[in-house]
Design a protein around this ligand. Structure first.
Ligand code: UGA
Length: 439
């Protein structure tokens, strides 16, 4: 099949490369030449494990091309995937739909034959139907362009795996020809037995935001339990392990710590609440506001803990391990690590941040902070080390060696991910979120 993909961010770039790996002819389009440049050479414009290999295979095979020309992309594809961003509005919590609307309008105005336009971006429920109207209104009469919705569930850090082996596929369609096209397109994935849900446009949009809302709620639930544990000297990790044994609850996404960040969970639960309010359903989604509040409190908790350990923060040297919102990603959007680092800095501390992959993104987002590419250099003379993104490298650190360079062996593990026994055996006092301290 000939497929065009609009938007080459985390979603579009991986999707385009994944479709080429499934055997399709793909053109990826983006208005940003800084993205298209590396992609044309088969290089990933951001850090994502496995993506460089997938891209270079696609580009070398000739099945994967990239362009900044919307004309080329519209002319090429029989199926058009919309993968552009739906960021949070600057002046509110709703989603900014201007990019998805512009792409659909741009496609419609250039079409000379019947095609399928498929939305993948995360949008408020009701958007797909509106876009179907836009497509119809702007396309030449009688062309018969269709719109379908096919939400994406990939996680950064596992994007390639999630694209080629997703947990499920969801097709929001208005007619059976659209369903048939999507089934054909995803045949290599469907053949592996991946469940496929075919439904209406609205349900497909909702599956995506409901999934992200549930994940955010699950994280905030365990973080609320961490708040309780802190008050009564309980241990949230043991609590999570024990409740997670119940298959109805499950242990995944019950890791208490500094909470969720990134470009999706926070933005999506806010946009869902905004849409809920428009629909007169503010009460139905009120719990999402609480999930957001718990999440933000965890960031403050780290700063409060640092203050209570160090007294006055002004002039104290703090090393922050991690800047990206999660490991195996260089994405710093709404990163809890960076937010905490900034709050510590604002309180007067001298903050030095280390991250294996995201320093250049972090520097742009938080230029006021200092950065170091080497952990030991970052930790030199530190009064406190704060671990905020659980990169594997940090789990492999030798606490004895690090203990030699710091000014005092004081650790906050904001992700409950380090081996506290090993760190305390090396002379560190270890504080965690939702657990009694050791050492
Ligand atoms: C999330 C969803 O997991 C994907 O299914 C979805 O496709 C994606 O958003 C999206 O909408 O595009 P992602 O943002 O890549 O994926 O990251 P997650 O793995 O969900 O992690 C989100 C945040 O929650 C991270 O900051 C992570 O550190 C935090 N987290 C995760 C916890 O604090 N505790 C946990 O137990 C799990």
């Amino acid at each position: 099949m000939r497929i065009s993909v609009y938007g080459t961010g985390y979603l579009g770039a991986v999707h385009a490369a994944g479709l080429a790996a499934m055997g399709h002819e793909v053109v990826g389009m983006d208005v940003d030449p800084m993205r298209i440049g590396p992609l044309e050479r088969g290089e990933a414009p951001f850090f994502e494990p496995g993506l460089p290999e997938l891209l270079s295979r696609g580009v070398e095979s000739g099945r994967l091309r990239f362009t900044t020309s919307i004309d080329t992309a519209v002319e090429f594809g029989d199926v058009h995937f919309v993968c552009v961003g739906t960021p949070q509005l600057r002046d509110g919590n709703g989603a900014d739909l201007r990019y998805v609307e512009a792409v659909v309008r741009d496609i419609a105005e250039r079409l000379d034959r019947s095609v399928l336009v498929v939305g993948k971006s995360t949008v408020p429920v009701g958007t797909a139907r509106q876009l179907a109207g836009l497509l119809h209104d702007h396309a030449r009469p009688g062309l018969g362009a269709r719109l379908a919705w096919n939400p994406e569930f990939l996680r950064e850090g596992f994007a390639v795996e999630d694209t080629l082996r997703p947990d499920r596929l969801v097709f929001g369609v208005e007619d059976s020809p659209s369903e048939e096209i999507l089934r054909d397109l995803y045949r290599p994935v469907l053949q592996t037995g991946v469940p496929c849900y075919v439904t209406d446009l609205e349900t497909s949009e909702l599956v995506k935001v409901a999934a992200n809302s549930f994940l955010a709620m699950k994280i905030s639930f365990i973080n609320a339990m961490a708040e309780v544990c802190e008050q009564v000297d309980g241990d949230v990790v043991t609590l999570a392990d024990a409740i997670g044994e119940d298959a109805r609850i499950g242990r995944r996404f019950l890791n208490a710590g500094v909470g969720f960040g990134g470009g999706c969970l926070g933005k999506d639960i806010r946009a869902f609440q905004a849409r809920g309010a428009e629909l007169g359903l503010a009460d139905s989604l009120a719990f999402l506001a609480e999930a957001d509040r718990v999440n933000d409190r965890r960031r403050d908790r780290v700063v409060d803990l640092a203050s209570s350990l160090l007294g006055e923060l002004a002039g104290r040297r703090i090393t922050v391990l991690g800047a990206s919102f999660k490991p195996d990603s260089d994405d710093v959007r709404d990163s809890p690590a960076l937010a905490v680092a900034r709050r510590l800095h604002a309180a007067g501390a001298q903050v030095v941040v280390h991250d294996p992959e995201s320093i250049s993104n972090a520097r742009q987002a938080a230029p006021e902070l200092s950065y170091e590419h080497d952990v030991e250099v970052a930790a030199r003379g530190a009064d406190l080390v704060v671990h905020l993104t659980e990169w594997r490298q940090y789990g492999a650190l030798d606490p004895r060696e690090l203990g030699e360079v710091v000014s005092q062996r004081l650790l906050i593990d904001g992700r409950n991910a380090l081996d506290r026994d090993a760190w305390s055996a090396a002379g560190w006092t270890c504080h965690s979120l939702g657990r009694p301290s050791v050492g």
